[in-house]
Write a protein that binds this ligand. Sequence first.
Ligand SMILES: NC(=O)c1ccc[n+]([C@@H]2O[C@H](COP(=O)([O-])OP(=O)(O)OC[C@H]3O[C@@H](n4cnc5c(N)ncnc54)[C@H](OP(=O)(O)O)[C@@H]3O)[C@@H](O)[C@H]2O)c1
Length: 333
Amino acid sequence: MTSTANRQILLIEKPVGKLAPQNFKQSDAAIPEPREGEVLLRVRYISLDAANRAWMHGATYRSAVEANTVMAGGGIAEVVSSRAQGFVPGDIVFADTGWQDYAALPAKHLTKMPRIEPLTYLLSVYGIAGLTAYFGLLDIGKPKTGETVVVSAAAGSVGSIVGQIARIKGCHVVGIAGGKDKCHWLTSELGFDAAVDYKDGAVFKALRAAAPKGIDVYFDNVGGEILEACLPQMNNYGRIACCGAISQYDGAPSATGPRGVPGLIVVKRLIMQGFIVMDYMKERERALADLQSWVASGQLKVQEDIIDGLENTPKALIGLLAGDNRGKRMVRV
Ligand SMILES: NC(=O)c1ccc[n+]([C@@H]2O[C@H](COP(=O)([O-])OP(=O)(O)OC[C@H]3O[C@@H](n4cnc5c(N)ncnc54)[C@H](OP(=O)(O)O)[C@@H]3O)[C@@H](O)[C@H]2O)c1
């Protein structure tokens, strides 16, 4: 990185079909000057999230990302200079910095973070991933000891934490992930009771074998066919925490939804609820206290996938959508 230019990754066109490197371009801009009420940030780590791709489809819980703008994305950054009360150089913040070296942002859009080691935990276990897993599983899934919890995208950043928390709560935990290696990692390293390789086909049957007593809680990161395979195997009064729909993000969403909706939801008295982690931020301290104690005791393993270089950010997102990450992926800028 040079100290005079602000390297930026622009989304130059919205993808039609799968996201590709040519949808992005790197360019240099001047380092921005913060205005009154703003803070100049030096970005340290950029979070790579499946949702980055979903934002390209249109407005969701946030505004859409548009062509010819700096690609949006959350990051951990250090305050370089401040024209806002409450922030001084050296402070660490989480913000939607975008894919660039520097950003000047209004102080009201920043979340001050503690300076911990390693800093990357602020994006993984103590960041959006950990909090999403915690609140989605415990507040929506409400697992009880002895129940069966199934989680999809189980080797990803949110899923790998969901499964481990469910184990801590004494549940029988089944992860669904792509490939033998990931499945082996879930059971041998993270303590999942069983894992289903959805790329091997026959998900319904494999799930039946892995969850012989049926599913009480399904933490859904993917939607689509995997949701359809889980629905008939839900036990009466089961809960489905709808966290995301990765299978629909990269390319055109499927024309039909999963079969069994709403019939199976009625007959099995299921609760199926979506959530956005931002709605839980007032309760963040409760979650962090638990997550910190589980990490300290070794019950919760933190898996990070750190890629070096801002220039590699497009490739890192494209790879994540194809499943080449394990745990929380981020780019060190
Ligand atoms: N509701 C909220 O507030 C909230 C907050 C954060 C994240 N999320 C959601 O959490 C989920 C996880 O996101 P993340 O950013 O942490 O990504 P991630 O789980 O770290 O990575 C995405 C994983 O999805 C899997 N995948 C890709 N295409 C798939 C498909 N068609 N079917 C099944 N699995 C597929 C890949 O693993 P395989 O090798 O296993 O295919 C890939 O590694 C997403 O749905 C995201 O939108 C929601």
